[in-house]
Write a protein that binds this ligand. Structure first.
Ligand code: ATP
Length: 487
């Protein structure tokens, strides 16, 4: 991007997408690093289509009225989009309303740019631009899948599709811009490519909630990896890249299960020479009713994903379902903790052999010591979680039967108040600049020893909220409404 001006699109009346690379920007996005692992998609008889697409009339597909939903009403991005479309002669958003600022990344399907609305500079967006003429029919179907999935999402840890534009042979998706880059680049900036365990817990919990939402819509993601986890300006995550997803039916149900509950009882016991009261933990069983919406009947035979993250059933080609995401979730937690994936071999083939073999996941004890330098709290729980997720037989894998509901209960996530997850303050890590919005944050998801502090902050927040504190009503409106409905 040496030149001042670049022209991306063929010039016609609606395609004025020239942009200046010297436009002021203080953001620090890094394009995907060259070490990023690309997704694979095995298919046969691919052919390139659409070289001479004559459909040059630009169209803007109205995205389902997300902005009219109560929790979107005061979203500044929607306000800017609404203002721009209200002024547009035909009431829709066009490419001419957008000003490209700079390229932020590129992938298999297209390129992603930071862009702004011409008359509303304060609102930043990312636009994913796909040149349909360069794609095979298989990849074009992935673009369609991505558009379809994006238009169905409405979740704080997933992108909002502000507009889907078709212009000439380009398909463009206008989504949220994430200035902190992706988790893979972030890992590369940390000592030994590893995150402290509290940060692992924070990102894993947010990814889990995003996957839970996708699965409840019947969507199996199939491409979980740090490269596809972007960091928003507020430090929270946004899962991206939905071209490899597949959809299936899901039947939500209320599950009644027995759960062991720890009860602290106070009983008199002889303790030392003072015969004082002592608390004793007692366990009792209780019936709990839980909402479960997991696409357990999802089934696909195509082999897609990223080598190091492929589940054994994907490698074997025997057909797979929802379980591939829970396997990949285990690989992700491992990679964030250890700086490498658990089955990685010297080549892609040996990685696949390791995954398909009966070899269990291995943890190197000496690495634990180097790893946490005293921050051992939570490490045993993390390993146990990984062991339960990286079970080669998907029928016995944690999450496969009841989805995130079971994973959220694992001791690694003990103490997390799931409905409040959006208020936890993100970890302060090298390479992340978090925009503080005056929002009430709960100290980030921490190990049991540090947990008391954020529980108090959470309580404080609830108390202030119930008193109708103005300060709280001013923070990110997306969250306020989100939590208001969930809590
Ligand atoms: N919303 C966003 N905000 C900031 N950067 C983004 C955004 N979306 C994508 N990027 C950057 O652009 C890169 C490519 O985007 P994306 O993965 O969506 O493209 P793709 O063509 O689908 O790639 P893939 O090869 O993974 O299928 C990402 O790695 C990321 O660095």
């Amino acid at each position: 991007m040496e030149d001042d001006r670049h022209t991306l699109f063929r010039q016609d009346s609606d395609l004025d997408l020239s942009f200046t690379s010297c436009t002021t920007t203080t953001t620090t996005t890094s394009a995907r690093s060259s070490l990023a692992r690309s997704s694979l998609c095995l298919s046969f008889n691919e052919s390139t289509v659409g070289r001479n697409n004559n459909n040059s009339s630009p169209t803007s597909t109205a995205v389902p009225n997300l902005h009219s939903r109560p929790h979107r009403k005061s979203d500044p991005n929607w306000a800017a989009i609404n203002a721009a479309t209200n002024l547009s002669s035909d009431g829709t958003l066009h490419l001419r309303h957008l000003k490209l600022v700079r390229l932020v990344g590129s992938g298999n399907l297209g390129r992603v740019f930071l862009c702004r609305l011409r008359d509303y500079e304060h609102a930043s967006f990312a636009i994913k631009v796909v040149d349909n003429n360069l794609l095979t029919s298989k990849k074009l179907s992935h673009v369609q899948t991505e558009g379809r999935i994006l238009s169905s999402l409405d979740h704080p840890f997933l992108p909002t599709l502000y507009a889907h534009l078709e212009a000439s042979h380009y398909t463009c998706f206008l989504i949220d811009f994430c200035p902190n880059g992706d988790l893979h680049s972030l890992l590369r900036k940390q000592p030994n490519y590893r995150l402290p365990i509290d940060s692992v817990r924070f990102y894993a919990a947010e990814v889990l909630v995003a996957l839970e939402y996708l699965h409840s819509l019947g969507i199996v993601y199939r491409d979980l990896k740090p490269e596809n986890i972007l960091i928003r300006d507020d430090g929270h995550i946004m899962l991206s890249d939905f071209d490899l997803c597949f959809s299936s039916d899901v039947v939500p149900k209320l599950d009644h299960t027995r759960s062991r509950k720890h009860r602290r009882s106070r009983r008199r016991s002889r303790c030392g020479c003072y015969g004082s009261y002592r608390s004793a933990a007692a366990e009792e069983e209780e019936m709990v009713t839980e909402f479960v919406a997991e696409p357990t009947t999802a089934f696909s035979k195509s082999c897609v994903g990223t080598h190091e993250y492929l589940a054994p059933e994907l490698v074997n080609g025997s057909g797979h379902g929802n379980g591939v995401d829970w396997w990949a979730f285990g690989v992700l937690v491992y990679e964030l903790l250890y700086g490498r994936t658990p089955f990685r071999g010297g080549s892609k083939e040996s990685t696949l052999r390791n995954i398909a073999s009966s070899r269990d996941v291995a943890f190197e004890e000496e690495e634990d010591e180097i790893l946490l330098l005293g921050e051992i709290a939570g490490m045993e729980e993390a390993k146990d979680l990984i062991n339960k997720l990286l079970v080669k037989d998907h029928r016995r894998r944690l999450g496969c039967a009841r989805g995130a509901t079971d994973i959220k209960r694992h001791p690694f996530f003990d103490g997390i108040k799931w409905p409040l997850i959006r208020t936890y303050s993100p970890p302060e890590l090298r390479g992340v600049t978090v925009k503080r919005s005056g929002r009430a944050h709960v100290s980030h998801v921490s190990s049991p020893s540090k947990r008391r502090r954020w529980i108090w902050k959470g309580l404080n927040y609830l108390l202030m909220k119930s008193k109708g504190s103005k300060r709280n009503l001013n923070f990110n409106q997306n969250y306020y409404c989100y939590s208001k409905h969930v809590v």
